[in-house]
Ligand binder design. Sequence first.
Ligand code: AMP
Ligand code: ZN
Ligand code: FE
Ligand code: FE
Length: 291
Amino acid sequence: MSARRSDSRSITDRADLHTHTTASDGLLRPGQLVALAAQRGLAAIAITDHDTLDGVLEIQALGEVELLVVPGVELSCSQGGEDVHLLGYGIDPAAPVLGDLLRERQDERRARATAIVGRLTELGAAISLERVTAIAGSGTVGRPHIARALVESGHVSTIGEAFDRYLASGRPAYIERPVLTPRRAIPIIHRAGGAAVLAHPLYSPGYVDFLPLLVEAGLDGIEVVYPDHDGATQRQLAALAASYGLVGTGGSDFHADSGRPGRSLGESTVPVGVVEQLEERAARRHDMGSS
Ligand code: AMP
Ligand code: ZN
Ligand code: FE
Ligand code: FE
């Protein structure tokens, strides 16, 4: 896994393997995220922005950093009508097969943002596409940026209200994205040298039924430690992972310090050894030539 580590202080053996930066909908620049992770004594983080590797590339351009940074990505997929998020770990950011997929998804996201803004205008909650794009900056544009524009313009008072009234699935300004299936995404992660992990399985309640399908498609792991997972849930998911031979991973899904329990950087972690388990899986997939 192309990652960097200096000799220096690794204060704990903990790894937070689910984080976002300004490259998607996080509020910290990649460099700020890494600095905060070092300050919090983490041994490793994975940068897993939605549909982009720009944050990973920004860190790689910095050269040596203070802790292990696993190059990752979070892909929004759909399975049986349910949103399913897949994490790719240890991917090569230069892999053309993944680059092509990410460009396709970025184009679709821009088209979707345009359509949502149009819908909001019809609904009497007009915001400008330019403002949404400015809020997203150079990063992946998503509903969180539209939600921020809605708050700014006074149509709603919180991000949560923006989703509840307009943007969440089933609400009037919800627009679906073209479907990406895990069956398509998982081999692409493998061909880019990575391991594929099911993110926050409880957000996709059908996971118990579709998990065998994903395993057949080459799934390598499942997120066991997550802010919303209590001890009993973690034990259940760890048992499920073991029964399918999957790596149990975990992270905070950090976007910004929101005050929500478990979601601060480093608040939901796994031992750094999990990174090696993922590396082994990815290497095995690569040897098998899973393409
Ligand atoms: P998108 O990638 O454009 O489909 O937006 C998905 C992102 O929106 C998720 O990763 C969350 O960060 C955020 N999100 C989804 N639902 C909600 C909600 N109800 N309240 C706040 N944020 C949400
Ligand atoms: Zn996000
Ligand atoms: Fe997610
Ligand atoms: Fe996430």
